[in-house]
Write a protein that binds this ligand. Structure first.
Ligand code: ADP
Ligand code: MG
Length: 330
């Protein structure tokens, strides 16, 4: 039986791998979940050699993975490809599957022993979208198997609970705030009581901000990521970002309320619990302030002690997958 374990966060925007190395240190690696495919000809080969980017050759095509794909796409005036859309593997990118395994290997490395176990994140059932989690996870499992791993799925919100609520006996609420979706897990002593995903997330903010301001989506993303404070918007543009962030947080909280109303056998939480947020969308300044503000406006079913960000918001899911794996392997 293999005993070594790695954690993997499969996100729409980023792939993150986590492992404990020989010296007992936790190591993480983040990579953009994108690639660029280029037809091989003397001109493109020359360009690749000159720019010194790493690439993989399959058949008549060359593939450039991760961040380097962006740089090269700019130079060549092409658009990068993204294997995932709205939180799951995109069926439109079916021919990207061989490249998907290359991306996973680039972020995880090779297995350190035969059939090494990888706990990978998957979204919880969606409240507002219709996607097929079976397809999504079988693609990931297939790719991991090709590299030589054994894989186990792990609910993304639950992974955040694992990495960020250990000191609270794994009781509380973990929210992964990504690009394609939000994943929420209400956990009682490490058992998920309520978990779900929503499709309002970072990309949703960008799309709406772009629409109301009449600008390109890329531009809206740039405004959002340039370091604004959503608790203190200073211009019409910043105000637009703030409005959609508020709406998104309010929407997420209301979904928790609704889920609790409808769920059967939910545990009662005698003591106030923490809400921990992770993911790229939680990185904006003022996120926790706005979150607390919106929390006051809803009748929340659980007493809340504090709202905070995870220690490493971008790594919390991968680390949580790793921790869950280590806990189960021991
Ligand atoms: N500093 C930032 N401020 C606001 N949003 C950010 C920041 N950095 C990244 N993001 C947003 O985070 C989202 C990606 O988060 P991530 O957790 O990596 O997503 P995923 O899990 O979907 O791969 C994108 O919508 C991106 O625009
Ligand atoms: Mg994510």
């Amino acid at each position: 039986m293999p005993r070594l374990v790695k954690g993997l966060d499969v996100g729409t925007m980023n792939l993150v791998g986590a492992l404990v190395d020989d010296s007992g240190e936790t190591k993480v690696k983040l990579m953009r979940h994108t690639f660029l495919d280029i037809d091989i000809n003397p001109f493109t080969k020359n360009m690749l050699t000159q720019t010194k980017v790493k690439y993989v050759e399959i058949g008549k095509k060359v593939y450039v993975l991760g961040d380097a794909a962006f740089e090269l796409a700019n130079i060549m005036n092409k658009t990068v490809r993204r294997p995932m859309q709205d939180g799951v593997i995109s069926p439109n990118e079916a021919d990207a599957l061989p490249v998907f395994a290359l991306l996973l290997e680039a972020v995880l490395g090779k297995p350190r022993e035969k059939g090494e176990i990888v706990y990978y994140s998957i979204p919880a059932d969606p409240v507002d979208a219709n996607f097929n989690i079976v397809y999504h996870s079988s693609i990931i499992e297939g790719a991991l198997k090709n590299i030589g791993y054994t894989s186990k799925p792990m609910n993304e919100g639950h992974a955040v609970v694992f990495s960020s609520l250990a000191d609270k006996d794994f009781t509380g609420i973990g929210i992964s705030c990504g690009g394609g979706m939000f994943n929420v897990c209400v956990s009682y002593k490490s058992i998920p009581a309520v978990s779900f995903s929503t499709s309002r997330a970072g990309d949703w903010i960008d799309k709406n901000v772009a629409q109301v301001l009449g600008i390109k989506v890329n531009r809206a993303t740039a405004i959002k990521e340039k370091g604004i404070d959503i608790a203190k918007p200073k211009s019409r543009e910043e105000e637009a970002v703030c409005i959609y962030y508020r709406n998104l947080i309010n929407y997420t909280l209301n979904n928790i309320v609704e889920k609790f109303k409808r769920a059967e056998n939910t545990p009662s939480f005698p003591d106030p619990v923490d809400i921990v947020c992770a993911g790229g969308t939680s990185l904006i300044k003022g996120f926790v302030d706005v979150f607390k503000d919106e929390l006051k406006k809803v009748e929340f079913p659980i007493p809340i002690n504090d709202v905070r960000l995870a220690d490493d918001p971008l790594y919390a899911t991968a680390k949580g997958c790793l921790l869950a794996g280590l806990a189960e392997a021991s």
